[in-house]
Design a protein. Structure first.
Length: 300
């Protein structure tokens, strides 16, 4: 796929959504690179899915100051007649204070969640609605649309999403700097990052899972099921490969535990060593599951 042809082909669509939503020139020029990078990453057969996502989800610019949340994608249930749909938007916080690399990471990361949630987003049961964000479901009461809880796979969702964010930004870094619509931005992106871009998001969790994230059976299968909205059988598929019932659930539980321990460690002033030991023990337990999966697949 020729990147320059993709960039030129999508320019008119990008101008149209930017004009419709009143995006500033900064966002417009970022989208000139981001949208083609998504299409190159996922393939031209996913082009309509990608364009529909960017068309349907408005970027909301905010200068709310938040140390922890720089951007977020929101999808909330609404009832339209007898149907249940979603109202979606994406918020960039600290906008005027965010540097280029973080701004690109935020946009790519949040839109990647959205693209991987677009198909089969809403599941309706007798009493509840399930709204999918990648691998994860947020559960609402059907009668009142009030939030109940989200399922526990959200850390694994973030790990997968972060890996894909890195891949998409590295596609952007490879774009031809002679393109006048992109030259300054791509030059600045390459100047401010290493030869290969790596995100700091979920760094500990991603490091612990490094072996499985390099396993082609794992990453390709999850990537395909996630973008196609067919995530129901992931637990059984994973357990069948490890040969141990409940191993996927345990992996998800331990990843959540690591995340909580990491926050505990960061906020503690005393007895940090005790928390650090728990992080080490939990990491070893995760790596045992990861190693068992890796051993049992033919295609690594």
């Amino acid at each position: 796929m020729n990147p320059n042809l993709v960039i030129q082909r999508e320019k008119g669509f990008i101008d149209k959504i930017c004009d419709a939503n009143g995006y500033d020139q900064n966002i417009r020029h970022l989208l000139y690179a981001i949208i083609p990078a998504f299409i190159i990453k996922y393939g031209v057969n996913k082009e309509n899915l990608i364009l529909n996502t960017f068309r349907d989800i408005k970027i909301v610019i905010s200068d709310v100051k938040d140390k922890h949340i720089k951007a977020y994608y929101s999808s909330k249930p609404i009832q339209v007649g007898e149907e249940y749909k979603t109202a979606k938007y994406m918020v960039l916080q600290n906008y005027s204070d965010t540097d280029l690399v973080n701004l690109i990471d935020n946009l790519v990361h949040e839109f990647n969640h959205a693209i991987n949630s677009y198909v089969n987003e809403v599941k309706v049961t007798k009493n509840y609605l399930y709204l999918r964000t990648g691998l994860t479901y947020r559960i609402y009461k059907k009668d009142s649309l009030t939030f109940v809880k989200k399922d526990s796979s959200y850390i694994l969702e973030e790990i997968i999403n972060t890996k894909q964010t890195e891949e998409i930004i590295n596609i952007m870094k490879s774009f031809d700097v002679s393109n006048r619509d992109l030259d300054n931005m791509i030059y600045a992106l390459n100047s401010e990052t290493h030869h290969k871009y790596s995100s700091n998001s979920y760094y500990l969790e991603s490091s612990i899972c490094k072996q499985i994230l390099q396993n082609r059976t794992f990453i390709h299968t999850l990537a395909n099921l996630r973008i196609d909205g067919e995530v129901y059988d992931i637990q059984k598929w994973f357990d069948d490969i490890t040969g141990e019932e409940g191993s996927y659930k345990e992996l998800v539980r331990l990843l959540n535990e690591i995340y909580d321990l990491e926050l505990e460690y960061a906020n503690k002033k005393l007895l940090k060593g005790f928390t650090l030991n728990k992080i080490r023990d939990t990491s070893r337990s995760i790596m045992k599951i990861v190693e068992k999966f890796d051993r049992n697949v033919n295609y690594r």
